[in-house]
Design a protein around this ligand. Structure first.
Ligand SMILES: C[S@@+](CC[C@H](N)C(=O)[O-])C[C@H]1O[C@@H](n2cnc3c(N)ncnc32)[C@H](O)[C@@H]1O
Length: 267
C-alpha cells in the first residue's frame, strides 16, 4: 500500500467534507476530458464514496457503471448512496473482472495511492476493450491544489521534519505536469492526452474547512490527528494564515492533472 492509502479507511462523511467537496465538479470535468458518451459500460477504479461513480451513472445509466475500491467503509458508503449500484471491494492491481469487460475504465485521485501504479493501470487497460478509453487524474499537490498545498506549508511551520516527509507535494508520484502521461505510455496505452482540470469549492468559513482534519481522514488529516493539542492549535492558526481566510465564506480553487489513452487494437 502506498503511503496514505490506509488513511482512506475512514468515515466517508469526513472525506466528503475534506477533498470530497471537490469531487462532483472534478468528476464531471473528468468525464468530459475522457470523452465518455452514453451507450457504453464504464468502471470507476478507486471509486471511494462514489463522486465519479454517481456522475458516470448520470451519463451512462446505473446499470452501465461498476465501482471498485479496496476500502470497505468507502464501498459501503458508495453502495448506500447509490442503491443498486454494482460496487466491489478490490484494488486496482487485481480487478475481479474478465478481459475487455468494459468500454472505459476511469479513476479519480487514485493512481498516486496505488501500491503498484503501473500494475494498476495495466489492469485498468486489461479489463477495457481494445479501442476503449483509460483515464485518470491526480491533484497538482505541489502546485495549484490550494487546500492541500496551504496545509503542508502550514504543517512545515509546526513540525518541519515530519511535515517534509509527509508533504503530498513531495511524496506523491505521478503528480507533476506530464508524469501521468509517462505512466500511461509505460502501461502500453495509445493516443495519450494530458491536461489540467481546475475546480472550485465554497466554504462557509475556516472552521468548516478545518473540521474533518482532526478525524484523521486522508494523509493531511492523519498528520493533523497525530499532533498533540498545542501543535494542532499551532497548525490550525498557521493554516488559516496560509490560506488567508477567516470566519466568513470563501472559495478555493484546485487543479488536477488529467490523462486519457486508448487500449491498443490488435494488429
Ligand atoms: C482520494 S480518494 C478518491 C476517491 C474517489 N475516486 C473520489 O474521487 O472521491 C482515493 C481512493 O483510492 C482508493 N485506493 C487506495 N489504494 C487503492 C488501490 N490500490 N487501488 C484502487 N483504489 C485504491 C482509496 O480507498 C480511496 O477511495
Amino acid at each position: 500500500m502506498e503511503p496514505g492509502a490506509e488513511t482512506f479507511r475512514a468515515p466517508a462523511a469526513a472525506y466528503d467534507r475534506h477533498v470530497g467537496r471537490y469531487g462532483a465538479q472534478l468528476a464531471s470535468a473528468m468525464i468530459d476530458f475522457a470523452a465518455i458518451e452514453p451507450g457504453i459500460r464504464a468502471l470507476d477504479v478507486g471509486c471511494g464514496p462514489g463522486a465519479l461513480t454517481a456522475a458516470l451513472m448520470e451519463r451512462l445509466g446505473r446499470a452501465n457503471v461498476t465501482g471498485a475500491d479496496p476500502s470497505e467503509p468507502f464501498v459501503e458508503a458508495c453502495r448506500a448512496r447509490l442503491p443498486g449500484a454494482d460496487v466491489v471491494v478490490a484494488p486496482a492491481e487485481s480487478l475481479p473482472f474478465g478481459d475487455d469487460a468494459f468500454d472505459a475504465a476511469l479513476s479519480q485521485l487514485v493512481v498516486n495511492f496505488m501500491r503498484n501504479p503501473e500494475e494498476g493501470v495495466r489492469e485498468m487497460a486489461r479489463v477495457t476493450r481494445p479501442g476503449g478509453v483509460v483515464a485518470s487524474c491526480v491533484w497538482d499537490y505541489a502546485g495549484e491544489m490550494r487546500l492541500l498545498r496551504a496545509f503542508w506549508d502550514a504543517a512545515r511551520e509546526v513540525d518541519l521534519d515530519r511535515a517534509a516527509r509527509a508533504d503530498e507535494g513531495v511524496v506523491m508520484r505521478w503528480c507533476g505536469e506530464g508524469e501521468l502521461a509517462e505512466l500511461w505510455r509505460l502501461a502500453g496505452l495509445d493516443h495519450v492526452r494530458f491536461g489540467p482540470i481546475s475546480v472550485r469549492a465554497g466554504y462557509a468559513g475556516f472552521e468548516e474547512l478545518w473540521s474533518p482534519l482532526p478525524t484523521g481522514v486522508a494523509p493531511s488529516g492523519a498528520f493533523c490527528k497525530s499532533l498533540d493539542e498545542d501543535r494542532r492549535a499551532a497548525l490550525k492558526a498557521a493554516y488559516r494564515r496560509h490560506l488567508g481566510v477567516g470566519d466568513g465564506p470563501f472559495e478555493l480553487t484546485a487543479r488536477a492533472w488529467a490523462v486519457a489513452g486508448t487500449v491498443p487494437r490488435p494488429p
